[in-house]
Design a binder for this molecule. Structure first.
Ligand code: ARG
Length: 467
């Protein structure tokens, strides 16, 4: 059959039309090529709706069991790849409904009683996102557990901490990993918040105004694991704020991953040489034999851009839309699906790659030693001996300039040289000028001292459980 002579049987809404849909328009408006990803949750929603229709006696036992069997067969056909998807049936909902009727006859035609594709799609996306958010959260937890192991293992490993990408103060590698943990912890919480808020059920809103059938919405909601039926039918079918909220949460995860990615790229360069990424996460160059490129962190850094873009797409899609449902909303799916694919893929890669990176503790230590990372400690030492902080800052600045001139570190100056900057300096100064002295001194909640890192690892293990 050509696109232009589809008869009214083919179009589930064909009754009021005098001419067939233009073939181009049909292809242009169809969404089945991408919304078929929702088939599984669409069937789940239909099964719950059918069971509720049985409960209120719109369906009898035979009809319900025919629908259940038919939907089960459709599930199997889809899984086996031999479901007859058709663009003429526009979207996932009508493809499944038409197939159901072809398989079981009249009972199939009753399934849509008291329902519209508007409340159906709003339900499907929620069911789908809810499941995928749970997967993203599991990956975040895997990643966090890997970070805790790494942090514990490297609670004492020293590296320079940076501000402005200039060596600032010595820190511990474990402390740095725990900073990444915290970013992910907030990401995890944001995903939980948005999953909770989205977990209300649109079914029963029908097209926009509710339905005249006495649907038992609470029962359907319970069957589908929603916390309650949506309170307002207009809002239920029309808003996609929950999708935007998810995209914003995903954008923040990607922003965090891009920051980690940037550090991994820097650290694995020959100039830093702080870490080696697992070979299986890198590629070589076809021309330069010495190269081992950090492709995966670079790609994740790059992919953050498309997720930010999808967030803006969805905001713009929703902006100024009058109530209630508008076809604009069909455009929510491709950005959402790509956001999910990007998010899950990036998290999966990082959850495995980062915990398995190899740490070059010698290079990190050497970089911290060379960067006057303990200058603040010398200033604090002078303050503890009675010098006001601003004066101490000035004194240490001069000592640093002197060491720079000599081409050595502060800890390489002898006591007499140090005393020439301030007579309060004594033999014990060398304890604070060492890297270990410096990190151990920051033994305050949230600080970089190895003792704090170990304490925090234990607390954070408790917090996220072994799940
Ligand atoms: N494919 C549509 C969407 O994604 C389903 C709802 C269509 N409703 C309608 N009245 N055309 O939003």
């Amino acid at each position: 059959m050509s696109h232009n002579d589809s008869d009214s049987d083919d179009r589930l809404w064909g009754g009021r039309f005098q001419e067939p849909t233009d073939a181009f328009v049909q292809a242009f408006t169809a969404s089945v090529d991408f919304d078929r990803r929702l088939a599984e949750v669409d069937i789940e929603g239909s099964l719950a709706h059918a069971r509720m229709l049985r409960r209120i006696a719109v369906l009898d036992d035979d009809e319900l069991s025919a629908i259940e069997k038919g939907l089960q067969q459709i599930r199997e056909e889809i899984a086996a790849g031999d479901f007859p998807w058709s663009v003429e049936r526009e979207d996932v909902h009508m493809n499944i409904e038409a197939r159901l009727t072809a398989l079981i006859g009249d009972a199939g035609k009753k399934l849509h009683t008291g329902r519209s594709r508007n409340d159906q799609i709003a339900t499907d996306i929620r069911l789908y996102l809810r499941r995928e958010i749970a997967r993203a959260q599991e990956l975040i937890r895997d990643f966090q557990r890997g970070l805790l192991d790494l942090a514990e293992h490297h609670a004492d490993t020293i590296l320079p901490g940076f501000t402005h990408l200039q060596v600032a103060q010595p820190i511990t590698f474990g402390h740095h990993m725990l900073a990444w943990f915290e970013m992910l912890e907030r990401d995890h919480g944001r995903l939980s918040d948005c999953a909770d808020r989205m977990n209300v059920m649109p079914l029963g809103a029908a097209a926009l105004a509710g339905t005249s059938y006495p649907l038992d919405r609470a029962y359907t909601a319970e069957l589908l694991g929603f916390s309650m039926p949506a309170r307002n039918s207009l809002d239920a079918v029309s808003d996609r704020d929950f999708a935007i909220e998810f995209s914003a949460a995903a954008a923040l995860v990607m922003m965090h991953l891009s920051r980690m990615a940037e550090e991994l790229v820097l650290w694995s360069s020959a100039q830093f040489d702080f870490i080696r990424l697992p070979d299986r996460y890198c590629t070589g160059s076809s021309i330069m034999p010495q190269k081992k490129n950090p492709d995966v962190p670079e790609l994740v850094r790059g992919k953050s851009g498309r997720v930010f873009g999808h967030l803006v797409s969805l905001l713009t899609l929703m902006k100024s839309q009058p109530l209630a449902y508008n076809k604009d909303n069909q455009e929510d799916k491709e950005p959402l699906f790509d956001t999910l694919d990007t998010l899950l893929g990036s998290l999966r890669a990082f959850a495995d790659m980062v915990p398995n990176l190899e740490v070059n503790a010698d290079a990190m230590r050497e970089a911290a030693r060379r960067g006057f990372a303990t200058a603040t400690d010398l200033a604090d030492y002078l303050v503890k001996r009675g010098l006001p902080f601003r004066d101490a800052h000035e004194v240490v600045g001069k000592a640093v300039a002197h060491a720079l001139n000599k081409g050595c570190d502060l800890s390489d100056l002898d006591l007499a040289e140090l005393q020439s900057f301030d007579s309060r300096i004594g033999e014990d100064v060398f304890e604070v000028l060492t890297l270990e002295g410096s990190v151990n001194a920051r033994d305050i909640t949230g600080g970089t001292a190895p003792r704090q890192v170990r304490l925090q690892v234990a607390q954070l293990r408790e917090l996220i459980g072994t799940g």
